[in-house]
Design a protein around this ligand. Structure first.
Ligand code: NAP
Length: 306
Protein backbone atom coordinates (compact mmCIF):
# COMPACT_ATOMS: atom_id res chain seq x y z
CA UNK A 1 0.00 0.00 0.00
CA UNK A 2 1.19 3.53 -0.59
CA UNK A 3 0.93 6.59 1.62
CA UNK A 4 -2.28 8.49 0.83
CA UNK A 5 -2.06 11.28 3.44
CA UNK A 6 0.93 12.74 5.25
CA UNK A 7 -0.84 13.36 8.51
CA UNK A 8 -4.27 12.11 9.54
CA UNK A 9 -5.81 13.67 12.66
CA UNK A 10 -8.50 11.76 14.52
CA UNK A 11 -10.73 13.88 16.75
CA UNK A 12 -12.45 11.54 19.18
CA UNK A 13 -10.65 8.30 20.01
CA UNK A 14 -13.37 5.68 20.26
CA UNK A 15 -14.31 2.53 18.36
CA UNK A 16 -14.35 4.10 14.90
CA UNK A 17 -11.29 6.36 15.23
CA UNK A 18 -9.38 3.57 16.99
CA UNK A 19 -10.17 1.14 14.19
CA UNK A 20 -9.12 3.72 11.60
CA UNK A 21 -5.82 4.34 13.41
CA UNK A 22 -5.01 0.63 13.48
CA UNK A 23 -6.03 0.04 9.86
CA UNK A 24 -4.12 3.09 8.61
CA UNK A 25 -1.00 1.94 10.40
CA UNK A 26 -1.40 -1.65 9.20
CA UNK A 27 -1.73 -0.49 5.61
CA UNK A 28 0.98 2.21 5.82
CA UNK A 29 -1.59 4.69 4.50
CA UNK A 30 -0.31 7.80 6.32
CA UNK A 31 3.09 8.96 7.52
CA UNK A 32 1.63 9.95 10.87
CA UNK A 33 -1.67 9.59 12.71
CA UNK A 34 -2.41 12.06 15.48
CA UNK A 35 -5.38 11.97 17.80
CA UNK A 36 -7.24 13.83 20.49
CA UNK A 37 -10.08 12.94 22.87
CA UNK A 38 -11.64 15.36 25.32
CA UNK A 39 -10.99 13.29 28.46
CA UNK A 40 -7.57 12.63 29.91
CA UNK A 41 -8.69 9.06 30.70
CA UNK A 42 -9.31 8.27 27.02
CA UNK A 43 -6.08 9.95 25.95
CA UNK A 44 -4.20 7.88 28.53
CA UNK A 45 -5.71 4.64 27.22
CA UNK A 46 -4.90 5.63 23.62
CA UNK A 47 -1.29 6.31 24.68
CA UNK A 48 -1.07 3.08 26.62
CA UNK A 49 -2.19 0.96 23.66
CA UNK A 50 -0.07 3.06 21.27
CA UNK A 51 -3.01 3.90 19.03
CA UNK A 52 -1.46 7.02 17.51
CA UNK A 53 0.42 10.18 18.48
CA UNK A 54 -1.91 11.44 21.19
CA UNK A 55 -2.04 15.23 21.54
CA UNK A 56 -3.08 17.35 24.52
CA UNK A 57 -5.32 19.62 22.47
CA UNK A 58 -7.43 19.28 19.34
CA UNK A 59 -5.57 22.26 17.86
CA UNK A 60 -2.26 20.45 18.20
CA UNK A 61 -3.71 17.28 16.66
CA UNK A 62 -5.01 18.98 13.51
CA UNK A 63 -2.01 21.28 12.95
CA UNK A 64 -0.45 20.35 9.61
CA UNK A 65 -2.89 17.47 9.02
CA UNK A 66 -4.05 16.96 5.44
CA UNK A 67 -6.96 14.79 6.62
CA UNK A 68 -9.01 15.47 9.76
CA UNK A 69 -11.62 12.91 10.84
CA UNK A 70 -14.38 13.98 13.22
CA UNK A 71 -15.20 10.80 15.16
CA UNK A 72 -17.33 12.13 18.03
CA UNK A 73 -21.08 11.72 18.64
CA UNK A 74 -23.26 13.43 16.04
CA UNK A 75 -24.43 16.11 18.49
CA UNK A 76 -20.85 17.18 19.26
CA UNK A 77 -19.66 17.62 15.65
CA UNK A 78 -20.49 21.35 15.36
CA UNK A 79 -18.69 22.37 18.58
CA UNK A 80 -15.66 20.27 17.71
CA UNK A 81 -15.49 21.79 14.23
CA UNK A 82 -15.76 25.32 15.68
CA UNK A 83 -12.86 24.53 18.03
CA UNK A 84 -10.50 23.16 15.36
CA UNK A 85 -11.44 25.50 12.49
CA UNK A 86 -8.79 28.20 13.20
CA UNK A 87 -6.06 25.56 13.33
CA UNK A 88 -6.77 23.68 10.10
CA UNK A 89 -4.09 23.66 7.41
CA UNK A 90 -5.00 25.30 4.10
CA UNK A 91 -6.05 22.65 1.56
CA UNK A 92 -6.86 20.08 4.30
CA UNK A 93 -9.87 17.78 3.99
CA UNK A 94 -12.26 17.37 6.90
CA UNK A 95 -14.47 14.29 6.97
CA UNK A 96 -16.70 12.85 9.68
CA UNK A 97 -17.96 9.37 10.47
CA UNK A 98 -21.31 10.35 11.99
CA UNK A 99 -24.28 8.02 11.65
CA UNK A 100 -26.54 10.91 10.55
CA UNK A 101 -25.51 13.14 7.69
CA UNK A 102 -27.74 16.17 7.11
CA UNK A 103 -27.57 17.50 10.67
CA UNK A 104 -23.79 17.04 10.73
CA UNK A 105 -23.50 18.99 7.47
CA UNK A 106 -25.70 21.74 8.94
CA UNK A 107 -23.57 21.89 12.10
CA UNK A 108 -20.11 21.61 10.52
CA UNK A 109 -20.30 23.50 7.20
CA UNK A 110 -20.78 27.01 8.69
CA UNK A 111 -17.43 26.73 10.52
CA UNK A 112 -15.46 25.60 7.48
CA UNK A 113 -12.59 28.01 6.69
CA UNK A 114 -12.00 28.99 3.06
CA UNK A 115 -9.70 26.54 1.29
CA UNK A 116 -10.60 23.59 3.55
CA UNK A 117 -12.64 20.79 1.97
CA UNK A 118 -15.47 18.99 3.70
CA UNK A 119 -16.47 15.48 2.59
CA UNK A 120 -19.03 13.96 5.00
CA UNK A 121 -19.00 10.18 5.38
CA UNK A 122 -20.41 7.24 7.30
CA UNK A 123 -18.85 3.78 7.66
CA UNK A 124 -21.58 1.15 7.94
CA UNK A 125 -19.51 -0.81 10.38
CA UNK A 126 -19.53 -0.97 14.13
CA UNK A 127 -20.08 -3.03 17.21
CA UNK A 128 -21.87 -2.46 20.50
CA UNK A 129 -18.52 -1.65 22.13
CA UNK A 130 -17.04 1.81 22.48
CA UNK A 131 -13.83 3.53 23.47
CA UNK A 132 -10.28 3.25 22.14
CA UNK A 133 -9.80 -0.34 23.29
CA UNK A 134 -12.79 -1.45 21.18
CA UNK A 135 -11.07 -0.64 17.87
CA UNK A 136 -9.74 -3.32 15.53
CA UNK A 137 -8.08 -2.97 12.13
CA UNK A 138 -10.45 -5.21 10.17
CA UNK A 139 -13.66 -3.41 11.25
CA UNK A 140 -14.25 -1.83 7.84
CA UNK A 141 -13.30 -4.81 5.70
CA UNK A 142 -15.97 -5.55 3.11
CA UNK A 143 -18.34 -3.00 4.72
CA UNK A 144 -19.94 -0.05 2.96
CA UNK A 145 -18.69 3.47 3.66
CA UNK A 146 -21.11 6.04 2.33
CA UNK A 147 -19.95 9.50 1.29
CA UNK A 148 -22.45 12.34 1.08
CA UNK A 149 -20.45 15.12 -0.62
CA UNK A 150 -21.92 18.59 -0.99
CA UNK A 151 -22.58 19.92 -4.50
CA UNK A 152 -19.45 22.10 -4.24
CA UNK A 153 -17.20 19.46 -2.61
CA UNK A 154 -13.79 19.32 -4.28
CA UNK A 155 -13.57 16.34 -6.68
CA UNK A 156 -9.88 15.66 -5.89
CA UNK A 157 -10.54 15.74 -2.14
CA UNK A 158 -13.38 13.23 -2.58
CA UNK A 159 -11.27 10.95 -4.78
CA UNK A 160 -8.37 10.95 -2.30
CA UNK A 161 -10.62 10.15 0.65
CA UNK A 162 -12.24 7.45 -1.46
CA UNK A 163 -8.80 5.90 -2.00
CA UNK A 164 -8.11 5.85 1.74
CA UNK A 165 -11.45 4.24 2.54
CA UNK A 166 -10.94 1.62 -0.15
CA UNK A 167 -7.47 0.91 1.25
CA UNK A 168 -9.09 0.38 4.68
CA UNK A 169 -10.96 -2.49 3.03
CA UNK A 170 -14.36 -0.82 2.68
CA UNK A 171 -16.58 -0.35 -0.38
CA UNK A 172 -17.61 3.22 -1.07
CA UNK A 173 -20.77 4.69 -2.49
CA UNK A 174 -22.18 8.20 -2.74
CA UNK A 175 -25.58 9.43 -1.66
CA UNK A 176 -27.43 12.64 -1.01
CA UNK A 177 -27.49 13.31 2.75
CA UNK A 178 -31.31 13.27 3.18
CA UNK A 179 -31.53 9.97 1.29
CA UNK A 180 -28.76 8.53 3.46
CA UNK A 181 -30.68 9.52 6.59
CA UNK A 182 -33.86 7.81 5.36
CA UNK A 183 -32.07 4.61 4.31
CA UNK A 184 -30.23 4.41 7.64
CA UNK A 185 -33.44 5.08 9.56
CA UNK A 186 -34.77 1.82 8.06
CA UNK A 187 -31.64 -0.29 8.21
CA UNK A 188 -30.10 0.86 11.47
CA UNK A 189 -31.79 3.57 13.51
CA UNK A 190 -35.34 2.16 13.84
CA UNK A 191 -34.02 -1.40 14.46
CA UNK A 192 -31.89 -0.06 17.30
CA UNK A 193 -34.87 1.71 18.83
CA UNK A 194 -36.95 -1.47 18.56
CA UNK A 195 -34.18 -3.44 20.26
CA UNK A 196 -33.95 -0.87 23.05
CA UNK A 197 -37.73 -1.09 23.45
CA UNK A 198 -37.87 -4.88 23.51
CA UNK A 199 -35.18 -5.10 26.17
CA UNK A 200 -36.99 -2.35 28.09
CA UNK A 201 -40.24 -4.36 27.93
CA UNK A 202 -38.49 -7.44 29.32
CA UNK A 203 -36.99 -5.31 32.04
CA UNK A 204 -40.46 -4.10 33.01
CA UNK A 205 -41.89 -7.59 33.15
CA UNK A 206 -40.94 -8.44 36.69
CA UNK A 207 -41.78 -12.10 36.22
CA UNK A 208 -39.02 -12.58 33.66
CA UNK A 209 -36.78 -9.65 34.41
CA UNK A 210 -34.53 -11.30 36.98
CA UNK A 211 -32.49 -14.41 36.52
CA UNK A 212 -34.91 -16.00 34.08
CA UNK A 213 -34.41 -13.48 31.31
CA UNK A 214 -30.66 -13.93 31.50
CA UNK A 215 -30.64 -17.66 32.06
CA UNK A 216 -33.15 -18.64 29.39
CA UNK A 217 -32.42 -15.91 26.88
CA UNK A 218 -33.23 -17.27 23.44
CA UNK A 219 -31.44 -16.23 20.28
CA UNK A 220 -34.00 -13.55 19.34
CA UNK A 221 -33.84 -11.77 22.68
CA UNK A 222 -30.07 -12.17 22.91
CA UNK A 223 -29.65 -10.40 19.59
CA UNK A 224 -31.82 -7.56 20.90
CA UNK A 225 -29.74 -7.28 24.08
CA UNK A 226 -26.53 -7.05 22.06
CA UNK A 227 -27.91 -4.17 20.00
CA UNK A 228 -29.44 -2.52 23.08
CA UNK A 229 -26.01 -2.52 24.74
CA UNK A 230 -24.83 0.07 22.19
CA UNK A 231 -23.42 3.38 23.38
CA UNK A 232 -26.20 5.50 24.98
CA UNK A 233 -24.68 8.88 24.01
CA UNK A 234 -24.14 7.94 20.39
CA UNK A 235 -27.66 6.59 20.02
CA UNK A 236 -29.33 9.44 21.87
CA UNK A 237 -27.71 11.77 19.35
CA UNK A 238 -28.69 9.61 16.36
CA UNK A 239 -32.39 9.84 17.28
CA UNK A 240 -32.29 13.53 18.15
CA UNK A 241 -30.55 14.31 14.86
CA UNK A 242 -32.41 11.98 12.50
CA UNK A 243 -35.77 12.79 13.98
CA UNK A 244 -38.02 13.04 10.94
CA UNK A 245 -36.78 9.96 9.08
CA UNK A 246 -36.84 7.85 12.24
CA UNK A 247 -40.35 8.97 13.14
CA UNK A 248 -41.50 8.23 9.59
CA UNK A 249 -40.13 4.68 9.74
CA UNK A 250 -41.46 4.08 13.25
CA UNK A 251 -44.91 5.17 12.06
CA UNK A 252 -44.76 2.57 9.28
CA UNK A 253 -43.44 0.00 11.74
CA UNK A 254 -46.37 0.59 14.08
CA UNK A 255 -48.84 0.10 11.23
CA UNK A 256 -47.22 -3.21 10.25
CA UNK A 257 -47.18 -4.30 13.87
CA UNK A 258 -50.92 -3.70 14.11
CA UNK A 259 -51.47 -5.77 10.95
CA UNK A 260 -49.57 -8.70 12.47
CA UNK A 261 -51.23 -8.22 15.84
CA UNK A 262 -54.61 -8.44 14.14
CA UNK A 263 -53.59 -11.55 12.17
CA UNK A 264 -52.62 -13.24 15.44
CA UNK A 265 -55.88 -12.18 17.10
CA UNK A 266 -57.94 -13.44 14.13
CA UNK A 267 -55.94 -16.67 13.85
CA UNK A 268 -54.96 -15.77 10.27
CA UNK A 269 -52.09 -18.23 9.87
CA UNK A 270 -51.93 -17.72 6.11
CA UNK A 271 -51.21 -14.02 6.51
CA UNK A 272 -48.50 -14.66 9.10
CA UNK A 273 -46.92 -17.36 6.93
CA UNK A 274 -46.95 -15.14 3.83
CA UNK A 275 -45.45 -12.26 5.76
CA UNK A 276 -42.64 -14.32 7.27
CA UNK A 277 -41.90 -15.86 3.86
CA UNK A 278 -41.39 -12.35 2.43
CA UNK A 279 -39.11 -11.31 5.30
CA UNK A 280 -37.05 -14.48 5.01
CA UNK A 281 -36.22 -13.53 1.42
CA UNK A 282 -34.69 -10.26 2.68
CA UNK A 283 -32.30 -12.21 4.90
CA UNK A 284 -31.28 -14.29 1.88
CA UNK A 285 -30.66 -11.09 -0.07
CA UNK A 286 -28.34 -9.73 2.66
CA UNK A 287 -26.31 -12.94 2.65
CA UNK A 288 -26.11 -12.96 -1.15
CA UNK A 289 -24.91 -9.33 -1.03
CA UNK A 290 -22.02 -10.47 1.21
CA UNK A 291 -23.19 -8.41 4.20
CA UNK A 292 -23.54 -11.43 6.52
CA UNK A 293 -22.94 -15.16 6.46
CA UNK A 294 -25.15 -18.22 6.81
CA UNK A 295 -23.21 -19.23 9.92
CA UNK A 296 -25.32 -19.31 13.05
CA UNK A 297 -24.09 -16.72 15.53
CA UNK A 298 -25.07 -17.41 19.10
CA UNK A 299 -23.21 -14.42 20.42
CA UNK A 300 -20.04 -16.48 20.48
CA UNK A 301 -17.33 -15.29 18.12
CA UNK A 302 -16.15 -18.87 17.60
CA UNK A 303 -19.54 -19.85 16.20
CA UNK A 304 -19.23 -17.36 13.40
CA UNK A 305 -17.55 -17.77 10.05
CA UNK A 306 -15.41 -14.72 9.20
P1 NAP B 1 -17.11 6.02 21.01
O1 NAP B 1 -16.33 4.77 20.95
O2 NAP B 1 -18.12 6.19 22.08
O3 NAP B 1 -16.09 7.27 21.07
C1 NAP B 1 -16.58 8.58 21.04
C2 NAP B 1 -15.45 9.59 21.15
O4 NAP B 1 -16.06 10.89 21.10
C3 NAP B 1 -14.67 9.49 22.45
O5 NAP B 1 -13.31 9.74 22.20
C4 NAP B 1 -15.26 10.62 23.29
O6 NAP B 1 -14.32 11.23 24.14
C5 NAP B 1 -15.66 11.64 22.25
N1 NAP B 1 -16.78 12.47 22.69
C6 NAP B 1 -17.94 12.06 23.25
N2 NAP B 1 -18.75 13.10 23.51
C7 NAP B 1 -18.07 14.20 23.12
C8 NAP B 1 -18.35 15.59 23.15
N3 NAP B 1 -19.52 16.06 23.61
N4 NAP B 1 -17.41 16.44 22.69
C9 NAP B 1 -16.22 15.99 22.22
N5 NAP B 1 -15.89 14.69 22.15
C10 NAP B 1 -16.80 13.81 22.61
O7 NAP B 1 -17.88 6.31 19.65
P2 NAP B 1 -17.76 5.65 18.20
O8 NAP B 1 -18.55 4.38 18.20
O9 NAP B 1 -16.36 5.62 17.74
O10 NAP B 1 -18.63 6.70 17.36
C11 NAP B 1 -18.06 7.89 16.86
C12 NAP B 1 -18.92 8.39 15.70
O11 NAP B 1 -19.02 7.36 14.74
C13 NAP B 1 -20.35 8.76 16.09
O12 NAP B 1 -20.72 9.93 15.42
C14 NAP B 1 -21.18 7.60 15.58
O13 NAP B 1 -22.48 8.02 15.19
C15 NAP B 1 -20.37 7.12 14.40
N6 NAP B 1 -20.51 5.70 14.07
C16 NAP B 1 -20.54 4.76 15.07
C17 NAP B 1 -20.71 3.42 14.73
C18 NAP B 1 -20.77 2.36 15.81
O14 NAP B 1 -21.34 1.28 15.59
N7 NAP B 1 -20.24 2.58 16.99
C19 NAP B 1 -20.79 3.03 13.39
C20 NAP B 1 -20.69 4.01 12.40
C21 NAP B 1 -20.55 5.34 12.76
P3 NAP B 1 -14.08 10.70 25.63
O15 NAP B 1 -13.76 9.24 25.52
O16 NAP B 1 -12.93 11.52 26.09
O17 NAP B 1 -15.36 10.94 26.37
Amino acid sequence: MSVIYDRVALIGLGLIAGSMALAIREGGLAREVTGFARSQATRDVACEIDLCTVCDTAAEAVAGADLVVLAVPVGAMGDVMAEIAPHLAPGATVTDVGSVKQSVIDAVAPHLPAGVHFVPGHPLAGTEHSGPRAGFASLFRNRWWLLTPLPDSDADAIARLDRLITALGAKTDRMEAPHHDLVLAVTSHAPHLIAYTMVGVADHLRRVSGEEVIQYSAAGFRDFTRIAASDPTMWRDVFLHNKEATLDILGRFTEELFVLQRAIRMGDGQQLHDYFTRTRAIRRGIIEAGQDTEAPDFGRPGARAT
